[in-house]
Design a protein around this ligand. Structure first.
Ligand code: AMP
Length: 203
C-alpha cells in the first residue's frame, strides 16, 4: 500500500489507457471526449500518461474543461516526444516507463481502456495479468467503439477455447460499447467494494 494520503478532493481516480495518436475515425476522438467529460462532470480524477498528443490529449483536456482533476505521469525521455501537458494539476516526470506504469496503477482506483496502439495494449495486458495474479482487485473496463476491439475480443475468446485462459480470467475485464454505462459500473464498483492492492514494487 502507498503511504496514507490526505483525504482526496475527488470522488474516484480513473486511469485511462489510450492512443498517443487520434486514430483514423472521428468516433475515437468523440469517445475520448465523452470519457473525459464524464470524469470531470462526476468529480473524478484522471490518471494518464501526461501527453497532449492524440486521444491522450483529448481525454485530458476534456476532463479539465469539465472541472476534473488531471494527473499526468510521463518518463522524462518522452516529455518532448509526447508533448507533456504542462497544465496538468499534477505532472509527474519519472525516470522510466516502469515507474510510469507502476505509479499510474497505484494512483488509480480503476482502469479504462479505449482505442490505442501497442502502448495502450501493453498497459491493458499488464493490469489484466496483475489482476489475474491477485496483485490488485481494481476493476478494468474496455470500451469497444466503432468495432475497434472486435478482433481482440475474438482472439481472447479463441484463447479461452484453446485452454490458455479461463472464462473467469476473461471476465476480469468488463467489455462494453456503452461509455456511460461502463463508467457508471466502474465507479459503482469503486464506491461499494473494498479495493485491494499490494505495492506494485512487490510485483
Ligand atoms: P500508443 O497506444 O502506442 O499510442 O501509446 C499510448 C501510450 O502508451 C503512450 O503514452 C506511450 O508512451 C505508452 N507506451 C508505449 N510503449 C509502452 C510500454 N512498453 N509500456 C507502457 N506504456 C507504453
Amino acid at each position: 500500500m502507498s503511504p496514507t494520503l490526505a483525504p482526496s478532493p475527488y470522488r474516484f481516480s480513473l486511469a485511462v489507457y489510450c492512443g498517443s495518436r487520434p486514430g483514423a475515425h472521428p468516433a475515437y476522438q468523440a469517445l475520448a471526449q465523452t470519457v473525459g467529460q464524464w470524469i470531470g462532470q462526476h468529480g473524478g480524477q484522471l490518471v494518464y500518461g501526461g501527453g497532449n498528443n492524440g486521444l491522450m490529449g483529448v481525454v485530458a483536456n476534456a476532463t479539465h474543461a469539465a472541472g476534473g482533476r488531471v494527473v499526468g505521469i510521463i518518463p522524462h525521455a518522452l516529455v518532448g516526444k509526447e508533448v507533456a501537458k504542462e497544465d496538468c494539476d499534477e505532472l509527474l516526470v519519472v525516470d522510466n516507463m516502469h515507474q510510469r506504469k507502476a505509479m499510474m496503477a497505484e494512483r488509480a482506483d480503476a482502469f479504462l481502456v479505449i482505442p490505442g496502439g501497442i502502448g495502450t495494449l501493453e498497459e491493458m495486458f499488464e493490469v489484466w495479468t496483475w489482476r489475474q495474479l491477485g496483485y490488485h482487485n481494481k476493476p478494468i473496463g474496455l470500451l469497444n467503439t466503432h468495432g475497434f476491439f472486435d478482433g481482440l475480443l475474438a482472439f481472447m475468446d479463441h484463447t479461452v477455447k484453446q485452454g490458455f485462459l479461463s472464462p473467469a480470467q476473461l471476465e476480469l475485464v468488463e467489455f462494453s460499447q456503452d461509455p456511460l454505462a461502463l463508467l457508471a459500473k466502474l465507479t459503482h464498483f469503486i464506491a461499494h467494494n473494498k479495493i485491494s492492492q499490494i505495492a506494485v514494487n512487490e510485483i
